[in-house]
Every structure is written in structure tokens, then in C-alpha cells.
Design a protein around this ligand. Structure first.
Ligand SMILES: CC(C)(COP(=O)(O)OP(=O)(O)OC[C@H]1O[C@@H](n2cnc3c(N)ncnc32)[C@H](O)[C@@H]1OP(=O)(O)O)[C@@H](O)C(=O)NCCC(=O)NCCS
Length: 186
């Protein structure tokens, strides 16, 4: 990776958030379809998105805890989604999360961004394992993770309380030892 805080894939730039990303962040996080299986409630007011963008912008890309990458197209500036990386305390594992604006879904951008993030973490940063979890009804998220090479590892029944109901959580994992390398055409 060019640095831990920014990198490119074939069509995308993953970079540190900036305060200027707040309006686009508020717009897609406010979409009820986007927030449906996520922990936050929509709509997300601009002031809340400004607080989030400032917090993301101040994050440490190599420290423990979450660092959120802003994703934009290389040829057209502007936030289209985000990929979150949560490194463990010892730095040897990371959990991923991802959210894309509806108008930029269905074009392979999210797959490309997650694949590049996995390549960075396993091949370049030499982490041992990456993982992700999603609501069992979030079929598109599960499909994406399997496309990138994640293994479905567990199904936790009614383990999360989200938006007024108990939901099942499906767990995915991928080890460095079984990782096949670049999947985004770089
Ligand atoms: C999860 C999420 C990112 C998946 O989005 P997505 O659009 O399915 O994923 P991609 O952007 O990678 O697009 C893949 C689709 O684009 C198609 N596609 C079109 N052009 C493509 C291209 N050039 N390259 C690759 N795929 C392409 C693929 O065939 C695939 O379609 P399919 O699902 O019908 O097979 C999106 O649904 C989302 O943001 N949801 C809300 C937030 C959320 O729930 N996040 C996950 C929390 S665990």
C-alpha cells in the first residue's frame, strides 16, 4: 500500500476521510435500505455525519480499533462508500465493515474495495486473519464476502438486538495462509 491511510485499486481510491465528505455520508447513511442491517438509525442528520467524518478523519490506520476508509472513484472525486477496518489489540487480526451509496451498488465497487483492503491487510501488513459479520438476511453482504474469498464460519442465532428485534449474525473469516492474492485486477 502506498501508505496505511490511502491506496488505489483498478477503479477506486481508498483514503482518509475529510470533513468535506459529511454531506455524502449523511445522504447514504440516511437511506433506510442502507441502514436496514446496520447498527445506526436513519436518517443521519448532517451534524451527526459531520461529527462522524471528523472522527473518521482523525483515526489511526494502524492502531487498534476502527479506521474508516473513504472510497471514491479514481476518475470522479466524491465519496461513494466506506470500508471500516477494526484491528485487534495485538494488531494481528482485523474485522471489516462496508457501506456503499445505493447509486453506486451493483457495479462491483464494494467488492473491489473490500478485496483491496483484504489484500493490503493479509499480503502487505501480514495480518494472520480477517473477519466480518453480517445479519443473516443481508444476502448481498454475504455474497460479497464469499466472492472475495471469505469462508462462512458460524451462524449465531438471535445474537444481536437491532432495530427492535433479535437478529441472527453470520460470521466470516479468511486466513493469510489460505489467501490467494490480488482479486481486483491490479
Ligand atoms: C453490502 C453492499 C456493499 C453490497 O453491494 P453490492 O452492490 O452487492 O456489491 P458490489 O458493489 O460489489 O456489486 C456487486 C454486483 O455488481 C455486479 N457488477 C456489475 N459490474 C461489475 C463489475 N465491473 N465488477 C464486478 N461486479 C460487477 C456483480 O455481478 C454483482 O451483482 P449481483 O449481486 O447481482 O451478482 C451493499 O448492499 C450495501 O452497502 N448495503 C448496505 C450496508 C450494509 O449492509 N453493509 C454490510 C454490513 S455487514
Amino acid at each position: 500500500m502506498e501508505s496505511a491511510e490511502s491506496t488505489e485499486s483498478a477503479r477506486l481510491l481508498l483514503r482518509r476521510f475529510s470533513p468535506a465528505d459529511a454531506p455524502a455520508l449523511a445522504a447514504y447513511r440516511s437511506d433506510p435500505e442502507v441502514s436496514r442491517y446496520q447498527s445506526w438509525e436513519s436518517p443521519v442528520p448532517l451534524a451527526e455525519a459531520e461529527r462522524l467524518a471528523a472522527m473518521f478523519a482523525a483515526g489511526d490506520p494502524r492502531g487498534p480499533g476502527w479506521f474508516q476508509y473513504a472510497v471514491e472513484r479514481r476518475d470522479v472525486p466524491g465519496l461513494i462508500g466506506d470500508v471500516g477496518v477494526c484491528r485487534s489489540e495485538d494488531g494481528r487480526q482485523a474485522e471489516l465493515g462496508f457501506t456503499f451509496a445505493p447509486e453506486f451498488q451493483g457495479r462491483g465497487y464494494a467488492t473491489e474495495a473490500v478485496a483491496r483492503t483484504v489484500e493490503f491487510l493479509l499480503a502487505e501488513e501480514q495480518l494472520h486473519r480477517v473477519s466480518a459479520g453480517c445479519d443473516a438476511r443481508n444476502v448481498r453482504s454475504a455474497k460479497l464476502l464469499e466472492r472475495v474469498g471469505f469462508r462462512r464460519e458460524g451462524h449465531l442465532v438471535q445474537s444481536m438486538w437491532i432495530k427492535g428485534e433479535w437478529t441472527d449474525d453470520v460470521l466470516f473469516g479468511l486466513l493469510a495462509s489460505e489467501y490467494g492474492g490480488t482479486r481486483d485486477g491490479r
